[in-house]
Design a protein around this ligand. Structure first.
Ligand code: ADP
Ligand code: MG
Length: 234
């Protein structure tokens, strides 16, 4: 349902090499709209082909936490309450996906903020027992690699209207740090496998999946909910 899909755009600040190269800023943000600036006249173009509206637009001053609070936090809340959710970061190489999802030395990424939020939600719900299972895959040239084991060419089956990756490994996690460790382990494996980062990164997708299994402390049986963090290219 379209109502349940939200599209947000983040415009990152110019990075060093772009400043050195003298790249101009060719856009202006107003509320949820991006206007292109004509490089010759330096004027905002009001032509419909130069005006782009989204559910949210984050300008150069936005932090990863701003993106998290506005866009992804509500998804975590619904995931903990029983709805599947996906956070999908899409953009060309160097547009800021890794910075946003994984963070930097000075700023935590959306993934870490999501993980902390899941554990906080678990702690505030003592009536239920939770178990988190995490998996991490890379899709590159239509082949699936398990980033937790290094197994390649995993097979996909789509019986009963459900897409399942066969023999995909999962790790049980009981603390935020253990989830982040799994992510780092997978990232490492991915980098070792790379021969040409640029060539590869612009063609690969990763999916980090957290399955939250929960059951009432006084009932038998459990519910499974997945939250997926996907990234097109590294
Ligand atoms: P991608 O993963 O999409 O290829 P990166 O996340 O690696 O792109 O970002 C490319 C460069 O831009 C990196 O040097 C990163 O540190 C920088 N960068 C990205 N987003 C921001 C931001 N919001 N603020 C400051 N620097 C950023
Ligand atoms: Mg990247």
């Amino acid at each position: 349902m379209c109502d349940n899909i939200l599209v947000a755009v983040r415009l990152r600040p110019l990075i060093e090499r772009e400043i050195t190269f003298g790249n101009p800023i060719c856009w202006k943000v107003e509320n949820n709209t991006v206007y292109q600036i004509d490089p010759q006249t330096k004027q905002i173009s009001e032509h419909s082909s130069s005006v782009f509206k989204f559910d949210h637009v984050f300008d150069m001053k936005a932090t990863n936490r701003d993106v998290y609070e506005k866009v992804t936090k509500p998804l975590v809340d619904s995931a903990v309450n029983g709805f599947n959710a996906t956070i999908f970061a899409y953009g060309q190489t160097s547009s800021g996906k890794t910075h946003t999802m994984m963070g930097s030395k000075t700023e935590r990424g959306v993934l870490e903020l999501v993980v902390n939020e899941i554990f906080e939600a678990i702690e505030s719900n003592p009536d239920r027992e939770y178990l988190l299972r995490v998996s991490f895959i890379e899709i590159y040239q239509e082949q699936i690699t398990d980033l937790l084991t290094g197994s390649t060419r995993l097979k996909v089956s789509d019986t009963h209207n459900e897409v399942v990756i066969k023999e995909l490994s999962e790790e049980m996690c009981s603390t935020p740090d253990s989830v982040i460790d799994v992510m780092k382990k997978g990232e490492k494996l991915r980098h070792i496998a790379c021969t040409n980062m640029n060539e590869r990164s612009s063609r690969s997708h990763t999916i980090f999946r957290i399955i939250i299994e929960s059951r009432s402390r006084c009932e038998t049986g459990s519910d499974e909910i997945a939250i997926q963090l996907s990234s097109k290219s590294s």
